[in-house]
Design a protein around this ligand. Structure first.
Ligand code: PML
Ligand code: MG
Ligand code: MG
Ligand code: MG
Length: 259
């Protein structure tokens, strides 16, 4: 196989993330040499045209991938969760309620879910995930507002396009990236479940993912206009957290789908 490269972009407004700037956009792609320019253009455009605003800081980093790549299947089950109420003020509440109910079915206690959401809501702009012990509700990483950024992941070749055609899903890059991340995260045995919604004010669909339940999309999980995102990994605290974080940040993963 050709040598592979990881491209990673992050953009912020009001200075870099380290200087306290607000996170605008991030993105990850793995590509072969001949596609680097095209992928860099995609990431540049993603950061420059984001609905959260114009960045005044951006970094696009290229690195070759020396380690061996792990190949991972997408989560088995793809679902658009039926919501109970579709109108009125209760609309929003129901979206979160559905997400929390799914997490409880997976086995996360309600007090742990509440604690996790409370921890995330302390931060106004996070670019990474918060790791929560699924039994105690304690935060397991020490990354503060930065969180743990899952890196070095992508779909192999045009497997995403094939997958999207099969499931009649629009082959957009947001779903592409969210599915790849959920597949990488939930492939690790320490992950019990993931809860995510976007920090983009105009994007109100989120998801709950786990090996057990697959990728469950939930519409209207937050209010339109809200710039606070959420990415929580509910983790088996008995596992080695350092090697788990190392997997999330450093292990190159390509998502393959045979169809
Ligand atoms: C993000 O935009 O950063 C996360 C989006 C999660 C939901 C993607 C989807 O299934 O529509
Ligand atoms: Mg982001
Ligand atoms: Mg994003
Ligand atoms: Mg975003």
């Amino acid at each position: 196989m050709d040598k592979l490269y990881n491209l990673r972009m992050r953009a912020a407004q009001g200075g870099s993330h380290e200087q306290g700037g607000t996170h605008i956009s991030g993105g990850e792609r793995i590509t072969c040499f001949s596609n680097i320019q095209q992928v860099a253009m995609y990431l540049l455009e993603k950061g420059l045209t984001h609905c959260k605003g114009r960045p005044d800081f951006m970094q696009i980093q290229l690195e070759s991938i020396p380690e061996s790549v792990t190949y991972v299947q997408p989560l088995e089950r793809w679902a658009n969760v039926e919501r109970f109420v579709k109108e009125g003020d209760t609309f929003l509440k129901e979206g979160k309620t559905v997400a929390f109910q799914l997490l409880e079915i997976i086995g996360i206690p309600k007090k742990v879910i509440d604690r996790a959401v409370e921890i995330v809501s302390q931060y106004s702009s996070m670019r990474g995930a918060v790791l929560i012990d699924a039994h105690s509700g304690k935060r397991l990483d020490d990354r503060g507002e930065k969180g743990v950024r899952v890196s070095r992941l992508d779909w192999l070749g045009n497997d995403f396009e094939k997958w999207a055609r099969y499931y009649h899903v629009s082959a957009n890059s947001r779903i592409r990236e969210a599915l790849a991340l959920a597949a990488k995260v939930n492939n690790h045995p320490a992950t019990i479940a993931e809860l995510c919604w976007s920090d983009d004010p105009d994007y109100t669909t989120g998801y709950v993912a786990s090996r057990k339940m697959g990728y469950q999309r939930i519409e209207n999980i937050k209010t339109y206009g809200d710039e606070r995102g959420c990415r929580i990994f509910f983790v088996d605290g008995q596992k080695d957290i350092r090697s788990y974080i190392n997997y999330l940040e450093n292990q190159p993963v390509l998502i393959t789908w045979e169809g």
